[in-house]
Design a protein around this ligand. Structure first.
Ligand SMILES: [Zn+2]
Length: 190
């Protein structure tokens, strides 16, 4: 599973993750080794409640953190929301869009997407997860995957974090580990 490897999350994008494009090389080495490759996209409406400046009605925001904290990013059908060009689309079997509900952050690939059912239907019991960003969408996707019963392996050199506060990514990695995720390097898999 490749989480949110999109133009807006890579250098030059609206909400660039430092070195976000550096995950391309390990991904390219790994993709052929998997039966099913799922790529998620942050896929927001233009008035998404996470966007700086968007005004929500009182009580409308259902995220745990505050609303209106991010620059406008990954708006549906814009170039910023497209998968990064270094990701070979021919090797992606399924694209899962998330974050379409304006009143929720949409960090998790399992939130309202039907992804757990899709994976079970395909006989998947273990997920290998890579992508962006370690401390937001990767973290929440991994925690939810574990929560609904999948084994999760995180490819540690194929994730990058935002680190709004120093140490956020390290904290997220510790949290994922504690929840049961296993961390490996891509060269251990090839
Ligand atoms: Zn977003």
């Amino acid at each position: 599973m490749i989480v949110d490897f999109q133009n807006d999350f890579t250098p030059g994008g609206a909400l660039a993750v430092p070195e976000g494009d550096a995950i391309a090389a390990p991904l390219a080495r790994l993709l052929d080794r998997f039966d099913l490759v799922v790529a998620t996209r942050d896929w927001h409406p233009p008035d998404h409640g996470s966007f700086d400046g968007v005004k929500l009605a009182p009580g409308e925001w259902r995220g745990r953190g505050p609303a209106a904290t991010w620059p406008v990013h990954c708006v549906q059908d814009t170039p910023g929301a497209e998968l990064h060009p270094a990701l070979d689309r021919a090797k992606v079997d399924v694209i899962v869009d998330k974050g379409a509900d304006a009143s929720e952050p949409g960090y998790s690939a399992f939130d309202g997407t039907g992804l757990a059912e899709l994976l079970r239907h395909r006989g998947v019991d273990r997920l290998f997860v890579a992508g962006l960003a370690t401390d937001y969408c990767v973290r929440q996707t991994v925690l939810d995957a574990l929560d609904v019963g999948f084994a999760v392996v995180v490819v540690e050199d194929a994730i990058r974090g935002v680190d709004v506060e120093p140490g956020d990514s390290a904290g997220a990695i510790a949290e994922m580990r504690t929840a049961g995720a296993v961390f490996v390097r891509s060269d251990e898999l090839t």
